[in-house]
Write a protein that binds this ligand. Structure first.
Ligand code: PEP
Ligand code: MN
Length: 361
């Protein structure tokens, strides 16, 4: 990392103010040795908060579902030995009571819990009168209101320190990510609730190690306040999420490679503006393709018509007419002649190909 940059996002949290805040530790607590070894090795990095899942929400049954309450004792040992603050996931009132009993410093709420207002309310009720810091992950579906609703339920019972954690969103389509980042959603959260610190969890977004740096850097460029990254002493043999975990030493290297740009309002505004403009471009490109698709359907009908009437595909006079008309329109819109020629030649060629296919069917 470059020179030390600080953040005021965690005021009142009793944390070192260096940006980004680092939360690290294994996906799951597995054994006392694994937990303690991870924590000892993380001490050499800038990690401030040690995470480990004790109760694991797994997609399918018969996977490792966490060690349960005995893992809380290991977290307590981590705190006593290393001084790292500790956090674990809670998904119901019982989890809350147990975690509080063992003096866990902060709690996190998982993506599968944030979606459910009943469960969030149950957790909120269990927390009333206990002002513990809470990290709340985005819901699995890209719904910023649901995320905000969960935050509000916690605030209503008196929780004052809440941070959002962006961990990506489920999708059916193939993607290079395990959970698609949809960056506009955390950006929207930040716009509506600029008072809340925002943390990125590149591990669950990426699903694999080789994307962690890229996603972490993106989060830094979008002015996130912290990172939650899964680390394990022997990642390949982790009992859950093996492919996305890295060693504490690899975490140290990743942090060394992060480029931190200044976070004055000018640059924040710039990055979210850029992100907004890029999604506008993406939307327009999609629209362009849809329009071209419609155009090809019409070309196919013309092909059918020509076939039935026994006329040739290429009607030169018509093509001349099109190109000269659009050269003129294009010029009035500030496009170069070369661009209009190339664009319409490509479109025309694709139409001819479509018609050829139809005529030879
Ligand atoms: C986790 O952090 O290990 C976890 C289960 O996260 P999520 O709720 O984001 O899936
Ligand atoms: Mn995990």
């Amino acid at each position: 990392m470059e020179s030390k940059i600080t953040t005021s996002a965690f005021e009142g949290w009793n944390l070192d103010t260096q940006r980004p805040l680092i939360i690290a530790g294994p996906c799951s607590a597995e054994t006392e040795e694994q937990v303690l070894e991870t924590a000892r090795r993380l001490k050499a990095t800038r990690t401030q908060i040690f995470r480990a899942g004790i109760w694991k929400p797994r997609t399918r049954p018969n996977s490792f579902e966490g060690v349960g309450v005995k893992g809380l004792k290991w977290l307590k040992m981590v705190k006593e030995e290393t001084g790292l603050l500790t956090t674990t996931e809670v998904a119901n009132a019982q989890h809350v009571y147990e975690a509080l009993k063992y003096g866990i410093d902060m709690l996190w709420i998982g993506a599968r819990t944030t979606v459910n207002p009943f469960t969030i309310q149950e957790i909120a009720n269990a927390l009333s009168g206990v002002d513990i810091p809470i990290f709340i992950k985005n819901p699995v579906n890209p719904d910023v209101d649901l995320w905000i609703g969960s935050i509000e339920r916690l605030q209503k019972v008196g929780i004052t320190r809440i941070a959002g954690v962006h961990r990506g969103f489920s999708s059916f389509s193939e993607s290079r990510y395990r959970n698609s980042p949809n960056w506009q959603i955390p950006i929207e959260l930040k716009r509506i609730r600029p008072d809340l610190p925002l943390i990125c969890d590149p591990s669950h977004i990426s699903g694999k190690r080789n994307l962690l740096l890229e996603v972490s850097q993106k989060a830094m460029d979008l002015n996130f306040d912290g990172l939650m990254i899964e680390t394990h002493p022997d990642p390949d043999n982790a009992w859950s999420d093996a492919r996305q975990q890295i060693t504490p030493e690899q975490l140290g290297e990743l942090l060394d490679h992060l480029i931190l740009r200044k976070t004055d309002p000018g640059s924040n505004g710039f990055m979210s503006k850029l992100e907004e403009l890029r999604s506008e471009i993406d939307r327009l490109d999609q629209e362009l393709l849809m329009i071209l698709e419609d155009r090809m359907k019409v070309a196919a009908s013309i092909g059918q018509c020509k076939k039935e009437n026994g006329v040739t595909i290429l009607q030169s006079a018509r093509w001349d007419q099109i190109i000269s008309k659009y050269l003129e329109v294009g010029q009035s819109k500030g496009f170069s002649e070369e661009f209009i020629r190339k664009l319409f030649m490509a479109i025309h060629q694709e139409s001819i190909n479509t018609q050829t296919r139809i005529m030879n069917e």
